[in-house]
Ligand binder design. Structure first.
Ligand code: AMP
Ligand code: DBH
Length: 538
């Protein structure tokens, strides 16, 4: 199984010669940050306020402890933490020993976590005891029972039967031989097939995108960035996110939740200058009456991305939140687009930005795979110095997710403006974007099919004013009595599927509408049902 598909030699040479890839691994990058910004505050949350030097020292001790525990170079470690300062400490510690963080989200449940642990052969799984009313230790019990090969579960807080984080740090130095060209971590893709995909990213490629993002977004030592999205999400981690802000010597402020009642007081108290959110959060912030009760005047830049932000909403940001908007269209596979800070307002409101790098190759193609005329819409294909050439251990999927000459098929339908800005017009992939949270219909259908009362299932999107899209499952029952929607939703929750993947609505139907084609593909079926649904709801 191929864990990692390297860039062809001629591309790698070009990226090095152009100064995109520096050959600097993460431990070297961390040492450079510490030397440059040592006494400045790097990260704070409700309980901690650490300088760059503190972060370096603490992550060094944690690294030594993890190494002593038997976690080493190349080992995979599933990280599932809320937005706390320790997230950065742990990721730095793993980088220092050359172990690969696997970036799970707090919303994931045992279906996803057990899969990540099993599929990556993880040595350890790291959680906080509880967060957001959920006990992650209960989740860890299920995961450990399902994945006997998992050697360690480390808990931040009350450890119960697991290893306590507080007992891990040790004196001594832990070094890694891992080079900048090898995978440093595994990022997640929302995916469009039955199982989520894992994305190997290297220090060479990722840090290039981080440095350029910091420059494009004009970050500096005065930047105070509120981590509103889950810290492990690629947007919050690198666009420019946590790593970009640290690169610039700024300060990370961890917000335990994105709601106005949590985020606004933090913006006020910490004099936050920028943050990145998904469209529904931006809408909630604009609609919130709490705006009047908090001084948000320090906030200069609001980044919105993860899903399409409607131009009408984009136009309201300055008036309602008193700050500049930047649209961000990115993907954990690589390519990130930003509207630039000196772009005309109209472009900022109505486009999703242009690529980070002059070396980002963009193709907009029609169904036959050839490029469409300039300005026409088509599927976005991309290749470049920080876009992967293959998913982790997914040879079969890679054969279709990438073109023969290495372009990643994003599945996004875009239109390119003469300025190079991209406008996201739709999608050519089987994925539902539920306010930035990606749902692969096939994954949910497979779980529905596990119910004895389900003969067939098709998951489609429903237009939604707030989230952009919600999910609806059409289910053909078998046997008596037919399961109800409520039962099926409860069934999926009990199976341990992340809540955002549980269909918002379930329709029990006797048969799927005919598509007029002899043999129906699931894709056509979904499209057909989608149309049917939008006709019924509008
Ligand atoms: P993933 O591959 O799971 O990291 O998800 C990336 C996908 O999110 C992209 O391919 C787009 O479909 C979607 N996306 C991210 N940002 C935006 C945006 N600003 N506008 C529209 N879609 C977006
Ligand atoms: O949705 C995404 O995956 C995303 C959005 C904005 C992303 O990965 C990014 C910026 O880097």
């Amino acid at each position: 199984m191929t864990a990692f598909t390297p860039w062809p030699a001629e591309f790698a040479e070009h990226y090095r010669a152009s100064g995109y890839w520096l050959g600097q691994n993460f431990p070297q990058w961390i040492a450079e940050l510490t030397a440059r910004h040592g006494d400045r505050i790097a990260v704070c949350d409700e309980r901690h306020r650490w300088t760059y030097a503190d972060l370096d020292r603490r992550s060094g001790k944690l690294a030594a402890g993890l190494r002593a525990t038997g976690i080493g170079d190349g080992d995979r470690v599933v990280v599932q933490l809320p937005n706390v300062a320790e997230f950065v400490e742990l990721v730095f510690a793993l980088f220092k020993i050359g172990a690969l963080p696997v970036f799970a989200l707090p919303a994931h449940r045992h279906q996803e976590i057990s899969y990540f642990c099993r599929f990556t052969g993880a040595a350890a799984y790291v959680i906080a005891d509880r967060h957001g009313g959920f006990d992650y230790r209960a989740l860890a019990r299920t995961v450990r029972a399902e994945v006997p090969g998992l050697r360690h579960v480390v808990v931040l807080g009350e450890a119960a039967e697991f290893s306590a984080w507080a007992d891990i740090p040790a004196d001594g130095e832990a070094k890694t031989e891992r080079t900048a060209g090898e995978p440093a971590f595994l990022q997640l893709s929302g995916g469009s097939t039955g199982l989520p995909k894992l994305i190997p990213r290297t220090a060479d490629d990722y840090l290039y995108s981080v440095r350029e993002s910091a420059r494009i977004c004009r970050l500096g030592p005065d930047t105070r960035y509120l981590v509103t999205l889950p810290a492990a999400h690629n947007f919050a981690l690198s666009s420019p996110g946590i790593l970009g802000v640290l690169h610039a010597g700024g300060r990370i402020v961890m917000s335990p939740a994105p709601s106005p009642d949590v985020a606004f007081p933090l913006i006020e108290a910490e004099r936050v200058t920028m943050t990145g959110v998904v469209p529904p959060v931006a809408l909630t912030w604009m609609a919130s009456s709490a705006r009047q009760r908090h001084d948000l005047s320090s906030l200069r830049l609001l980044q919105v991305g993860g899903a399409k932000f409607a131009a009408e909403a984009a136009r309201r940001v300055r008036g309602e939140l008193g700050c500049e908007l930047q649209q961000v269209f990115g993907m954990a596979e690589g390519l990130v687009n930003y509207t630039r800070r000196d772009d005309p307002e109209d472009v900022v409101h109505s486009s999703q930005g242009s690529p980070i790098s002059p070396a980002d190759e963009i193709r907009v193609v029609g169904e036959d795979g050839t490029e469409v005329a300039p300005g026409e819409q088509g599927e976005l294909l991309t290749r470049g110095p920080y876009t992967i050439r293959g998913y982790y251990r997914a040879a079969e999927h890679n054969a279709t997710a990438f073109t023969e000459d290495g372009f990643y098929r994003t599945g996004d339908v875009v239109r390119r403006l003469p300025s190079g800005h991209l406008v996201v017009e739709g999608r050519a992939k089987d994925q539902i974007n539920r306010g930035g949270e990606k749902v692969a219909p096939e994954e949910v259908e497979n779980h529905l099919l596990a119910h004895p009362g389900v003969h067939d299932a098709a998951v489609v999107s429903m237009p939604d004013r707030f989230l952009g899209e919600r999910t609806c499952a059409f289910v053909i029952p078998v046997g008596e009595p037919a399961p109800t929607g409520t039962e099926l939703r409860a069934f999926l929750r009990q199976r341990g599927l992340a809540l955002f993947k549980v269909p918002d609505r379930v329709e029990i139907v006797p048969a799927f509408p005919h598509t007029g084609v002899g043999k129906v593909s699931r894709r056509e079926l979904r499209r057909n049902l989608s149309n049917y649904l939008s006709q019924r709801t509008t």
